[in-house]
Design a protein around this ligand. Structure first.
Ligand SMILES: *Cc1c(COP(=O)(O)O)cnc(C)c1O
Length: 463
């Protein structure tokens, strides 16, 4: 096999890209003048761009390439499955072997009685399924008025109309006529940004109790479900105080509402367990999965559903499904990904390596810009601030430092994303201690350079 290395010059690729390709979550006119970075190859945890630069990918693509790039086994399984059965569906009383095998495997890996899988092509579609599934569940139990789903501000649950409605991203809600009706958002457990003078654990309890307050004010008889990410990912790797999740679980139990854990990022080893729900000690009725399920090698997601919900909705036709749900090639790739994860004990690797990463990550708080360092397993964040004691933002507005730091990371051969002024990582789970050292060294240089730029431009001022 020959690698696809011959391509047009970078400038020409960028010109064509700007002329014809609309990018997600981007101001496309700006991209047109700057030119997008063209990634042509990747191996392990390293990307190569069209100019031959090597970049350490501390974001695992979009939080998904958990087993790292360039695993031939997945390519081979995909080719074999394409030759044998490239496509079939599971509508109308048919099925196929990859979907059966993957559903069984997921039922085995998932905790408790999460034994049933409804497939989709990604996390957004799976969350759309969840909206319809929980409302259908309550309707079939004779309680159609239980249709409200409670979510959180600054949550990310995807970008379809339904999933973006569940999400709590203000910028997304400002466009395209969302949220849909009967979605309610409570505040997030983000102590750094919103905790004021309170004690973090007190704050965690208070934010969890907003769920109870919402249930009581909206009416207990109206609530279908609560959805949350075990650790907020796209919102900035926000780790809730320890007091938060036990209280959420207590409230969900007390009012008998369905708990949906969006495991799209936290699932498949990211937090040091197979699922983030295990790390946070919660017992969801439904888990949303995608991303790490196939390590991003093929688009696949789904909902893992408990016995009770599956049994109730199974009594009648559930008028819902996606042409590519459980696609045989994607399912075969996901299955191989999970096989490799088990064979190489990747979850164990995360547990063994995470303490090393944590140690290095927390020591970043010595940097003059870093006010807070948070990390769970292999997802971490740094809050940048011009004034640590007050946890203030920058006078120049949110993202003043984050944007500069993100660009300095790129210039130093590192993909680290920014969410406002939080810098975040979620590297491939296969990362080694030596690679962690490289990542931290590059991040430190990038932060040093960011500090100098902020200082020289007079931007180190508190809002
Ligand atoms: C990425 C993400 C989604 C959306 O998944 P897509 O595959 O992009 O549709 C949903 N929930 C969470 C927590 C995510 O991080």
């Amino acid at each position: 096999m020959t690698a696809i290395t011959n391509h047009l010059p970078t400038e020409e690729l960028q010109r064509l890209d700007a002329a014809h390709h609309i990018h997600p979550f981007s101001a496309n006119h700006d991209l047109g003048t700057e030119g997008a970075r063209v990634i042509v190859r990747a191996k392990g945890i390293e990307l190569t761009d069209s100019d031959g630069n090597q970049i350490l990918d501390a974001m695992a693509g979009l939080w998904c390439v958990n087993i790292g790039y360039g695993r031939d086994e997945l390519a081979e399984v995909a080719a074999r499955q394409m030759r044998e059965l490239p496509y079939y569906n599971s509508f109308f009383k048919t099925t196929h072997v990859p979907a059966i095998a993957l559903a069984q495997k997921l039922a085995q890996l998932a905790p408790g009685d999460l034994n049933h899988v409804f497939f989709a092509s990604g996390g957004s579609e799976a969350n759309d399924t969840n909206i319809r599934m929980v409302r259908t569940y309550w309707a079939m139990k004779g309680k159609p008025e239980k249709s409200i789903i409670i979510s959180r501000k600054n949550a990310y649950h995807g970008s379809t109309v339904g999933a973006a409605s569940l999400g709590g991203m203000a910028g997304m809600h400002a466009q395209g006529g969302i949220p849909i009706p009967d979605i309610h958002h409570i505040n997030q457990p983000n102590w750094w940004a919103e905790g004021g003078d309170s004690d973090p654990e007190e704050f965690g309890l208070q934010r969890a109790r907003e769920l109870e307050e919402a249930i009581l004010s909206l009416g207990e008889n109206r609530i279908a479900a609560f959805i949350a990410e075990p650790v907020q990912g796209a919102g900035g790797v926000i780790v809730a105080p320890d007091s938060y999740w036990p209280e959420i679980q207590r409230i969900c139990d007390k009012y008998e509402i369905l708990l949906i854990a969006d495991e799209v990022i936290c699932g498949f080893g990211r937090t040091g367990n197979w699922f983030g729900s295990e790390t946070m000690g919660i017992r969801p009725h439904i888990m949303t999965i995608a991303k790490g399920l196939s390590s991003g090698y093929a688009p696949i997601g789904g909902s893992i559903v408990c016995d009770e919900v599956a049994n109730v909705i199974g009594a009648d036709e559930f008028n819902h499904g996606y042409t590519y749900g459980g696609h045989p090639v994607a399912a075969a790739v996901a299955l191989e990904n999970l096989r490799i994860m088990e064979e190489e004990d990747l979850v164990g690797h995360v547990r063994r390596t995470a303490p090393y990463l944590k140690d290095k990550w927390l020591s970043m708080t010595a940097h003059p810009l870093v006010g807070e360092a948070k990390i769970v397993g292999m997802m971490g964040s740094l809050a940048l601030t011009p004034d640590k004691p007050s946890r203030a933002g920058f006078a120049g507005g949110t993202g003043t430092a984050g944007l500069i730091a993100r660009d300095r990371c790129f210039a130093n051969g590192l993909v680290m994303r920014h969410v406002g002024d939080r810098m975040i990582i979620a590297p491939p789970l296969v990362i080694t201690p030596a690679e962690i050292d490289t990542m931290i060294a590059r991040a430190t240089i990038a932060l040093d350079e960011t500090y100098e730029i902020l200082k020289n431009e007079g931007l180190l001022r508190a809002a």
